[in-house]
Design a protein around this ligand. Sequence first.
Ligand SMILES: Nc1ncnc2c1ncn2[C@@H]1O[C@H](COP(=O)(O)OP(=O)(O)OP(=O)(O)O)[C@@H](O)[C@H]1O
Length: 264
Amino acid sequence: MTGPADAFENVVEIRNLWTVFKSPDGDQVVHRDLNLVIRRGEVLSLVGGSGTGKTVLLRQILGLEHPDKGEVSVLGRQPGHFRGMAAANVGMLFQHGALFSAFSVLDNVAFPLRELQVFPDQLIRDAALVKLQMVGLDAQQAAKSPSDLSGGMIKRVALARALIMDPPLLLLDEPTAGLDPESADGFCDLLSGLHRELGLTVVMVTHDLDTLFDLSTRIAVLADKKVIVTGTARDVITYPHPFIHEYFLGGRGQRAMEALHEKR
Ligand SMILES: Nc1ncnc2c1ncn2[C@@H]1O[C@H](COP(=O)(O)OP(=O)(O)OP(=O)(O)O)[C@@H](O)[C@H]1O
């Protein structure tokens, strides 16, 4: 099956991007002349210190924010220009799931389709149930309220909602944050399977090195207000930069590196 992403080898193109936040204390430059291309089918992870603008970049790809200068294009168009169909092109898994607490699981997943006011309700419910099944949840869980779910289940429901319109591009903000190691492993396995089966392009922000090494096909490192290096885990780890040295070769990085060696 071919889809909208098949026509584009570069699913996301970010060219000469500047992001500046104005405040009474002066302007805060977050991105300065940042460039990044995300190719079809890859799992590109964004890594960087706190406040380097990783989440802002995801929001710009989604079209929720716009750069001060430069260009972001998704499938050849500016993200804000999907005319209400953004969810059909880009699915977003927010850090804390962002479910509506007053809605059932099923209604949360169905929400983006209902918003379109195009499809009959039975079809929408069936589509939501199929997506819940894809993330390992059954009809019994569909009737529950988000407050009855574990952290891992909330992430799964939020993922089902992000995928409801079969978007070719999926954005993940800290997908395993707050999960215990077993749930985090299970969620990584699920993401990895869906990436393969659905042929998704994925952009992920994560601070968790296990998740990073498990899922990424390529890593982009943000420092000095731009992308300083992109490549495989091995490529970026050997790039000479103080942030990379501290991040990957400090105590926690060493442990993750040992785990990476054990896997191969
Ligand atoms: N709407 C906004 N108005 C003003 N400043 C903002 C806004 N959104 C983000 N910022 C600032 O931009 C910087 C980058 O924020 P962002 O959340 O993207 O960082 P991050 O790399 O995701 O950090 P972390 O890893 O800690 O989540 C931060 O200093 C943040 O305070």
